[in-house]
Design a protein around this ligand. Sequence first.
Ligand SMILES: NC(=O)c1ccc[n+]([C@@H]2O[C@H](COP(=O)([O-])OP(=O)(O)OC[C@H]3O[C@@H](n4cnc5c(N)ncnc54)[C@H](OP(=O)(O)O)[C@@H]3O)[C@@H](O)[C@H]2O)c1
Length: 361
Amino acid sequence: MEAAVAAEVSNKRVILKRHVTGFPTEDDMEVVTATVSLAVPPGLAAVVVKNLYLSCDPYMRRRMTKHSEPSYPEFVLGEEDLHFCVSVNPSYQVITTFGVSKVVESGHPDFKAGDLVWGMTACEEYTLITKLGSIFKINHPELPLSYYAGVLGMPGLTAFSGFFNVAKPKKGDYVFVSAASGAVGQLVGQLAKITGCYVVGSAGSDEKVNLLKTKFGFDDAFNYKKEHDLNAALKRCFQQGIDIYFDNVGGTMLDAALLNMRLHGRVAVCGMISQYNLEHPEGVRNLACVVTKRIRIEGFRVIEYFGTYRKFEEEMAGHLKEGNITYMEDVAEGIEKVPAALVGLFYGRNIGKQLVAIAPE
Ligand SMILES: NC(=O)c1ccc[n+]([C@@H]2O[C@H](COP(=O)([O-])OP(=O)(O)OC[C@H]3O[C@@H](n4cnc5c(N)ncnc54)[C@H](OP(=O)(O)O)[C@@H]3O)[C@@H](O)[C@H]2O)c1
């Protein structure tokens, strides 16, 4: 039985104080307390949710920049984003993100109190979600609920659709993954092994490199921060060259990978985290390789694949239950930790998927 819904509760939330240039800092954000009604306003097709886990994702940095690209609309200071929020200070924006939540009250027949959902919510304890098309009911509550912020949520679908639909692997392919121990990378490597590929990952610490080889089953891995020459590092790991580069970082790693691609190689461009905090992005110098080696470079966004989510959820849940795929999370406790956890992504502080536990399940 759900507890009776109180009319008003205190609601801690993370707001963006100012648009960011360069590396984000914890001081760009603030945790403030508001009072919110847990009732869905009459006539509104919406749900009020209690957020259980909030996801910290690199793309959120792009929305902190003023005048970012239209595909990553900036958090607009002083206006609401996807959700109704009670403004504490009308010049601040509550940050929105993916999360795992429990429905507290519903104004829509498809949802009822107690339902577990994942999807777009806000960095706060309670959220009134009006865009119900951006949340999914959770079909496998027997698996850890936090997985719906990672392997069974947006990062999982990113790894799965980017690898199979964009990179189009074949058994025996040589696959390179950057940011390989992260939310997306650890899954791409494991999917590559399941497909019968040879897979090498790069990561930013010896601890992460060790995890890639011992926990995630990568054939080889290297610490890119210790390599003076990335081209030489890739030549050492891929004597036959690379068929698929799953690019999470862009910049100098992409340049070095291009030099090492095989004929008809594919570069699936998932993200370029090395560029997100730069005011002037670095150039790519080795594009001539695209011609000589007939390389296909293709970017993608996970939102294109949300229509395939249910199929993905079943397949990935099956892999997890059978032990074919393992998933590592880095869980911070308490909403006060959101700013530090988000900033930490850009210093490689997370080991595995970074999320923040907001409330007990
Ligand atoms: N296309 C899409 O729809 C989509 C969806 C989700 C994610 N993405 C992208 O996928 C990439 C990975 O996301 P994720 O959620 O899996 O993050 P993540 O790997 O869990 O965390 C970010 C990691 O990036 C690495 N990093 C940070 N700054 C770097 C730099 N300057 N150079 C190289 N590596 C750096 C750090 O790992 P190290 O310690 O190894 O450096 C850090 O731990 C990001 O580029 C993200 O934007 C794209």
